[in-house]
Design a protein around this ligand. Structure first.
Ligand code: MEV
Length: 408
């Protein structure tokens, strides 16, 4: 695999043991006592917007990388196509104890240009690079209550290649007093919103029936079953949560590999899923003549500058493997494609044989290793465990002992 990727020994060291030096880790967070490794893998078969891409993934759960690669193979003929919105992040300035929220909101709206101008002056370099504050809007939250009248001002900032949290928080803090003064109230919280609905990715793929066929089920049967699974998620928030978890399996694995704030994306994804009437699936699947169409829409705030990206050597390597050329929109597109892929793979497995068979095969390999099997014995022990259906640690030890005894 590493040969196919064309990685040098020096590059590989960036994902080797101890890649994150203790002094670097110590500079990242507080009270550091060590580092924590996770498997770093590469999903294959992906075509995103017409270009082949290796997808770096860091995840502890078995099957996720295989699932992504299998689904990407199904989608490969047409590939994944994406639309990524401009990188607009919302900053919120809360104003409490507003005497008259109608008058306060009107005053703020009238001063929108002045406030945007002030904000732009605070980020001249970002503005020069084509980003910066874009819009200012006001929402009324309460006319009275424990906090008096409450308004919130939204500052929409084009963050270019940054995820934007620091940038937007700084702007909100700088504008807050003037906003409160204009609104006739008191400045409250000043922080970005992780409901990044101005910063979305839309990913589509189209799968032919021939690619969907499974053991004991024709392509058209699998297609109908996946569309049915999608309708289930659209009708039931309990199912939608699990459906979305399957999407985040792919998205998060790419985000962790590339040093992104995956908690921010998680928070945004679920808040977005809950906008409107009830919690909904982020991706839906529809049947068409001879195939299946999938579409994912979700907020995906990522950055290629700032945060852990520059500090963590493995994140740097992940970005090089994904070959994004410093483009944040490309990173969002690839992470979104990984999410639609893991969703497709999960629905196909659930709609046909169920996911336990695949999980059990991987679990059996893990047990064989834990029992002490090495080399080809891992597969042989695992195969026997899976065939007998007794996927247990004790049985793995027995089978291994017998095989070692029998071997010449
Ligand atoms: C497991 O990590 C993810 C699934 O539960 C997703 C789904 O049910 O769609 C298999």
């Amino acid at each position: 695999m590493t040969e196919a990727l064309g990685l040098t020994a020096e590059q590989l060291a960036a994902i080797g043991p101890g890649a994150l030096a203790l002094d670097v880790a110590d500079g990242m967070i507080e009270n550091v006592i060590g580092t924590y490794a996770l498997p770093f893998a590469v999903a294959v078969n992906f075509v995103v917007d017409g270009a082949d891409v290796f997808v770096p993934m860091v995840v502890e759960e078995p099957s996720v990388v295989a699932a992504a690669s299998n689904a990407a193979r199904m989608a490969r003929p047409a590939g994944f196509t994406t639309q990524v919105s401009p990188p607009l992040t919302i900053g919120q300035i809360q104003v409490t104890n507003v005497r008259d929220v109608v008058a306060g909101a009107a005053a703020l709206r009238a001063a929108a240009d002045e406030l945007l101008g002030d904000a732009r002056q605070l980020v001249p370099r970002l503005t020069e690079r084509g980003g910066g504050p874009r819009a200012f809007e006001v929402r009324t939250l309460a006319t009275s209550g424990p906090d008096g009248g409450m308004l919130v001002a939204h500052l929409h900032v084009d963050c270019r290649d940054a995820m934007g949290a620091n940038l937007v928080n700084t702007l909100c803090e700088a504008l807050a007093d003037r906003v409160a003064e204009l609104a006739g109230g008191r400045a409250g919280l000043r922080i970005l919103s992780n409901l990044a609905d101005g910063r979305t990715v839309r990913v589509r793929c189209s799968i032919e029936d021939a690619m969907l066929a499974a053991e004991g089920a024709s392509g058209s049967e699998v297609r109908a079953a996946i569309a049915g699974a999608s309708r289930f998620a659209e009708l039931d928030p309990y199912r939608a949560a699990t459906h979305n978890k399957g999407i985040m399996n792919g998205v998060d694995a790419v985000l962790v590999a590339t040093g992104q704030d995956w908690r921010a994306v998680e928070a945004g994804a679920h808040a977005f899923a809950a906008l409107g009437e009830g919690y909904k699936p982020l991706a839906v699947w529809r049947e068409r003549d001879g195939g299946l169409d999938g579409e994912l829409v979700m907020p995906l705030a990522v950055g290629t500058v700032g945060g852990a990206v520059h500090v963590h050597p493995s994140a740097q390597l992940a970005l090089a493997i994904a070959d994004i050329g410093g483009r944040t929109d490309r990173l969002a597109a690839i992470a979104g494609a990984a999410g639609l892929a893991t969703n497709l793979a999960a629905l196909k497995a659930l709609a046909t044989e169920g996911i336990q068979r695949g999980h059990m095969a991987l679990h059996a390999r893990g047990l064989a290793r834990a029992a002490g099997a090495t080399g080809e014995l891992i597969e042989r022990v695992a195969a026997e465990l899976a065939a007998t259906g007794e996927v247990k640690a004790e049985r793995a030890r027995e089978v291994l002992a017998r095989m070692v005894k029998e071997s010449p």
